[in-house]
Design a protein around this ligand. Structure first.
Ligand SMILES: Nc1ncnc2c1ncn2[C@@H]1O[C@H](COP(=O)(O)OP(=O)(O)OP(=O)(O)O)[C@@H](O)[C@H]1O
Length: 797
């Protein structure tokens, strides 16, 4: 870290200097917190006061104050999130000929004093950048970087890195204090939640964080290189730098499972950002929270890009024409539309290039017209029969013949007749049934459930799309939706258009809410003196006022609005553990960010899903051919070197073309392998928990093969299980390797490594993932032979 100490300072002097420095920093930090309290106070007051007392235009004021209140609420949320470690750094620029160098304090947010002078620089501001980028080799204009470690509002410790001893005055030189801030942070026990690293961001991470908003940035890095944490800081940085666009359009973070999202959910609020949408792929389709997983074979099929063609074909299958024409019994007649006309009507509807449910309106309209015309023709024939007999008998009166001759040139049905006839026919159950069968209104769920229900259709459409084996997707109707179904539902929704009936219901509910608001707004008008006191030009109608006030609850945040709207276009999307996404999942993600402004975070060496990525190009070139940029993170901040040696042996065997990251830590006990039946786990887990502290801080995960999962749960009944909310809060949790992805624990016990290897769909990546979860201790438990690829770097036990 390139820290140079002032070696000549005597210990007593150094101690006194340290105390003086601490006192000075404490005084500054106290002032900063006082300022934070003042800002909170004024935001709270703005919220409490609500609508500003009316001047001449009470309605305009009400609307404006609603906006101000929303802003105050947002500001309050931002201020509430930054209490912990508000100020964490200080940079001293070198003195030069013009005088002493500037000193800046760096914090989670920017604060100015009552005179608008900066007290705290937001870590994302350009002025804070040297705090992250200065190195001994390239210090820029910095003389010193100081880390302030706070405990609540107290300054507990200082760490200095001095780049230019000459650039500091004598008192400052004596006051140089500290131990490398990064390593101190890394050695802390895990709390079950990811925390921000805003005080110790490393330079290669800083480049990721501050990379431009436009285009696709791939952050490729081995386990523990801080990809996730850097991506989250990037979200906060982008929101700060491009707030105008991103606050409106929103930022979405896609993570591998709900536990992972919970694990990271505190990072952004701690960085002052509370309005970011977090979702798994299983939650991308509003209204659904799919968590069930398919077998690897099925997941591979559902994730294949050719499924897009299968879904498109499944929709076309539902736009039928009867081979012998349509015949419907209605009104005592059998109405007929011949096969050729049916096909023409279908093709006309298809030609609209609109979604199926919208095309359906055209199809129904044209079919009703054809049926109505046919009915009129039949009626005419019926009417004509007695007339023809009359004419044949030669007894046709002249006046009647003239009328018949006149009518010859008139259309069978005029516009009004046609409309009425169509309306009448649409009320006929038999007509509706027939048209629904030919071109049904469909929800994505119906389409997919019907497709999965038919082995024949699956096989046929799969073959047509060049994707054999689709009959494997067969399953009974009513089965739970899986994560791999969600991109297919999304695909189907694109073809079908929004569900018309659901949309109508939503509109009705919104209308009702608006009516209620309008009533309320009218009451406000009345109680505040009526409309005649307000200049007409400034008047906002009750309806308009209601419109702006949502439906009575707290206003929806951008993230909430975005998450409930399938067609929302985000300003930026971050995909974590992105190597796991299938081709179809990428389609669903890309749909949500038409500007293609994305951060893609992952590690090809950790791809566990059989449908996941073998390379970034495989997934991204389709959307941004050759236009994505890659940044690599090479340093592992999580896993100590001895444990990484074991993991690296596995990586060399399962993915020899991948390079493991370089560990920065070299502490902790050596990893060990223990020959032990599952029944011996409770004692081992007890010892391990004792080894990582008092249990209040330390977290332990037992990562097991699926084969041993049930047996492990039986002997560890108190442990939390799987990707559940408790998983992060319990001292011990039992997980599969897939569930452990992205998480970390002080101690990890890997049970049945041979099983984990054998079950890994890609051939071993899951074992690599499991071995790279610990921050301090690793124990491998086996009851058969240890797989040879593990024995090289392990101590027996
Ligand atoms: N600059 C840093 N300062 C302090 N801690 C850091 C820093 N960078 C990373 N870490 C810590 O290292 C650990 C690993 O980070 P993170 O989970 O982001 O890595 P990752 O690359 O996403 O790993 P994986 O691929 O295994 O999911 C976390 O505890 C994180 O807080």
């Amino acid at each position: 870290m390139g820290r140079r100490q002032a070696a000549s300072v005597k210990p007593a002097e150094a101690e006194e200097a340290r105390r003086t420095a601490l006192r000075a920093e404490q005084a500054y930090v106290t002032r900063v917190y006082e300022r934070l309290d003042e800002e909170r106070g004024s935001a709270e007051a703005a919220l409490r006061e609500g609508p500003a007392a009316g001047g001449g235009n009470v309605f305009q004021a009400r609307v404006e104050s609603a906006v101000a209140t929303e802003e105050a609420a947002r500001r309050l949320a931002r201020l509430a999130g930054v209490e912990h470690g508000l100020c964490f750094g200080r940079i001293d620029h070198r003195a030069d000929a013009d005088g002493p160098g500037d000193t800046f304090y760096i914090g989670r947010i920017g604060l100015r004093d009552a005179d608008r002078e900066p007290m705290l620089i937001d870590w994302r501001a350009a002025a804070a950048r040297p705090f992250y980028t200065a190195t001994p080799g390239a210090p820029g204009t910095l003389a010193r970087r100081r880390h302030l470690h706070l405990r609540h509002r107290e300054v507990a410790r200082l760490d200095d890195e001095v780049f230019d001893l000459e650039g500091l005055d004598e008192a400052e030189r004596r006051g140089i204090v500290g131990e490398a801030a990064l390593l101190a942070t890394l050695r802390r026990g895990r709390t079950g939640r990811m925390s921000d690293v805003v005080a110790t961001i490393q330079e290669e991470q800083d480049q990721v964080i501050r990379s431009g908003l436009q285009g696709v940035l791939v952050v490729q890095g081995g386990p523990g290189t801080g990809k996730t944490v850097a991506a989250l800081h990037r979200a906060a940085y982008l929101l700060y730098t491009h707030r105008d666009v991103l606050e409106r359009r929103g930022v979405l973070v896609v993570g591998p499972n709900a536990t992972f999202l919970r694990y990271i959910e505190q990072v952004l609020p701690g960085l002052g950002e509370t309005d970011v949408a977090l979702a798994t792929v299983g939650e991308l389709y509003p209204g659904l929270k799919a968590t069930a997983r398919d077998t690897p074979e099925v997941a591979v099929l559902k994730g294949d890009i050719r499924m897009a063609d299968v879904v498109a074909a499944a929709v076309r299958e539902r736009q039928r024409t009867p081979a012998d024409g349509l015949r419907v019994d209605a009104d005592g007649l059998t109405l007929v539309v011949d096969a050729e006309a049916c096909e023409q009507i279908r093709d006309r509807a298809r030609g609209l290039r609109l979604p199926h449910n919208v095309q359906r309106r055209r199809f129904v309209h044209d079919m009703l017209e054809a049926l109505a015309t046919n009915r009129a023709e039949q009626y005419e024939r019926i009417m004509d029969e007695p007339l023809e007999q009359l004419a044949g008998s030669g007894e046709m009166p002249k006046w009647l013949q003239e009328l018949i001759d006149e009518a010859e040139d008139e259309p069978l049905l005029d516009e009004t007749d046609l409309r009425l006839a169509k309306e009448a026919l649409w009320q006929e159950p038999a007509v509706r049934k027939a048209l629904d069968e030919l071109w049904p209104e469909l929800t994505p769920q119906q389409l997919l459930a019907d497709l999965y229900a038919s082995t024949d259709v699956l096989a046929r459409l799969g073959e047509q799309a060049g994707l054999p084996g689709c009959d494997l997707l067969h399953r009974p109707p009513g089965s739970a939706w899986t994560v791999s179904d969600v991109p297919l539902l999304d695909e189907a929704a694109e073809h079908l258009g929004e569900d018309d009936s659901a949309e109508r219901a939503r509109r009705r509910a919104a209308d009702a809410a608006r009516a209620e608001e309008a009533r309320y707004a009218a009451e406000v008008m009345e109680s505040t003196g009526g409309t005649n006191m307000i200049p007409i030009s400034d008047l906002i109608s009750a309806g308009e006022l209601a419109e702006r006030h949502s439906d009575g609850g707290p206003p929806l945040t951008t993230a909430q609005r975005a998450m409930s709207d399938r067609q929302w276009a985000y300003g930026h999307v971050i995909v974590d553990e992105a190597q796991e996404l299938s081709e179809m999942a990428w389609r669903a993600v890309m749909r949500r960010v038409p500007t293609r402004s994305l951060t893609v975070v992952g590690d090809i060496a950790q791809t566990g899903s059989a449908a996941g990525a073998a390379s970034w190009g495989q997934m991204l070139d389709r959307y941004v051919p050759g236009r994505w940029r890659e940044q690599r993170l090479m340093v592992n901040y999580r896993t100590p070197a001895a444990i990484m040696r074991v993991a690296s042996d596995v990586l060399a065997a399962v993915a020899p073309d991948q390079t493991p990251p370089e560990p920065v830590r070299d502490d902790g006990p050596p990893p060990r392998a223990v020959a032990l039946p599952v029944a011996g786990l409770p004692a081992l887990v007890r010892d391990e928990l004792a080894g990582i502290g008092d249990g209040a801080e330390g977290r332990l995960a037992v990562i097991t093969s699926a084969a041993r999962h049930a047996a492990v749960l039986e002997v560890l009944p108190d442990a939390a299980v799987g990707a559940t909310p408790e998983a992060l809060d319990s001292p011990t949790v039992v997980l599969t390797a897939e569930e452990a992805k992205g998480l970390e624990f002080d101690s990890v016990v890997v049970v049945d490594p041979a099983g984990v290897l054998a079950e890994s769909p890609k051939g071993g990546q899951d074992l690599y993932v499991a071995l790279t979860r610990p921050t301090r201790r690793l124990t491998i438990v086996h009851d058969g032979d240890l797989p040879p690829l593990l024995s090289g770097s392990l101590a027996g036990g």
